[in-house]
Design a protein around this ligand. Structure first.
Ligand SMILES: [Zn+2]
Ligand SMILES: [Zn+2]
Length: 154
């Protein structure tokens, strides 16, 4: 991807530009589904970036709200770029997550009307700090193929 565009994105989120940050952003931008740390590291194998640096990079991205993390069933995290409407830097925080029953990948999905849901922070004494709408089913790849697809094959 055009490295100027990657730099522009980091710049607009007030994230200092480093090679690793550009590389991690590139991987996340080009993935259809959310990725775990391991998958990001695998995609960047050629650069030999150490694990801690990738974790720190993801941490910075998350704090600056360029990406968000999604909890998986097995209590791991997957990371995804925040959904954009139109411009690459315009974040849409309200969206749903789709978990594929077959390949296990997690996708961010825009949901019409999700923003219109009542925005209470407290229900019966429970303080809500995060809301997530999650769907389960078959992703387009799995729905169109009869063979189970293993996410490790990618
Ligand atoms: Zn699938
Ligand atoms: Zn998401």
């Amino acid at each position: 991807m055009d490295s100027n565009l990657l730099k522009d994105i980091l710049h607009s989120y007030h994230i200092r530009i480093t090679d690793t940050r550009l590389q991690v952003l590139d991987v996340l931008l080009h993935s259809k589904s959310a990725l775990c740390h391991h998958e990001i590291a695998a995609a960047l194998k050629q650069y030999q970036i150490d694990k801690v640096t990738i974790y720190r990079t993801l941490d910075v991205f998350e704090k600056k709200e360029l990406i968000h993390k999604i909890a998986t069933k097995d209590r791991n995290w997957q990371y995804a770029i925040r959904l954009k409407k139109g411009k690459p830097t315009e974040a849409d925080h309200a969206h749903a997550h789709f978990v594929c029953n077959r390949c296990g990948r997690i996708f961010c999905l825009p949901v019409a009307g999700y923003n219109q849901q009542p925005d209470e922070d407290m229900i019966n004494g429970f303080r809500i700090m995060e809301k997530e709408l999650r769907f389960h089913g078959l992703c387009p790849d799995c729905a169109s193929s009869s063979k189970p697809k293993n996410r490790n094959d990618e």
